[in-house]
Design a protein around this ligand. Structure first.
Ligand code: ZN
Length: 251
């Protein structure tokens, strides 16, 4: 079983698949926009598009039009003034992409994973071939995984790993900090966010990162504070180098 899905979520999807097989219908509803979604074939732009996609032709077309233009910027890592990491992002966080992320993160539309993995793959292609030797997903809070039924970042890490032949190494754990902490971060300013994240990401003793060249992976970078806190924790636990990739970056 895919480790990025909870067993409850995986069974629910299997059950839906069986129900669709018993009671086939020509049209279902698009998981993104709610319009009728006819089954669409595989896209030439990203692999493994599900045959029973719940996306409509309009949204698939919008996805195909979504421009991937890899950008790089330097990010200051906490507690090390001279230490910066390179962050690569593939798409802008515009209104359409925001809708995609909402569907992917909160509404169970894991059909979007191949699209975001395709964006992350473009970021990976911008790196030196041997720059990294493992993929470290930014850990998602356990309560969110339970609530949603899947770990969306881990899902992307595993999908990218299949394309680039690198192992996924969950080298970080996220320490729970109570209800207020796990609320959405998008609107918070960088300094507040940085203070909140102090001590939240800790090394996973079962997956040591000593001497490794980590490719830190997240879905979206907003203030950059999450990536900085994770990179800091990776360096503190002995990582040789850290490079970050995110599908989208908020400007
Ligand atoms: Zn649609």
């Amino acid at each position: 079983m895919n480790r990025s899905l909870t067993s409850r979520f995986a069974w629910k999807r299997r059950l839906n698949g069986v129900l669709n097989w018993i009671f086939p219908s020509d049209a279902t509803t698009c998981a993104i926009c709610g319009r009728p979604a006819f089954t669409v074939g595989a896209s030439s732009h990203w692999p493994s598009q599900s045959e029973n996609s719940r996306l409509c032709a309009f949204c698939v077309q919008d996805l195909e039009r979504c421009q991937v233009a890899v950008e790089q910027h330097a990010l200051q890592v906490e507690n090390a003034p001279d230490r910066r990491i390179d962050v690569y992002s593939g798409i802008d966080y515009d209104a359409f992409v925001r809708t995609l992320f909402r569907s992917f993160k909160y509404d169970g539309v894991i059909e979007l994973a191949p699209f975001f993995a395709h964006v992350l793959f473009a970021c990976w292609q911008a790196l030196d071939e041997f720059a990294c030797d493992c993929i470290v997903p930014v850990p998602t809070a356990a309560d969110r995984i339970r609530k949603r039924g899947y770990d969306h970042v881990r899902l992307l890490a595993e999908r990218l790993a299949g394309h680039v032949q690198l192992p996924v190494r969950p080298a970080l754990l996220r320490v729970p900090r109570g209800g207020a902490f796990t609320q959405s971060q998008t609107a918070k300013n960088a300094e507040l966010r940085r203070r909140e994240l102090a001590g939240v990401f800790v090394p996973n003793s079962r997956r040591p990162i000593v001497g490794r060249r980590a490719l830190l992976l997240d879905d979206v970078a907003t203030t950059g504070a999450t990536l900085a806190a994770c990179a800091n924790a990776l360096f503190a636990s002995g990582a040789n180098s850290v490079i970050a990739i995110v599908a989208a970056r908020v400007r």
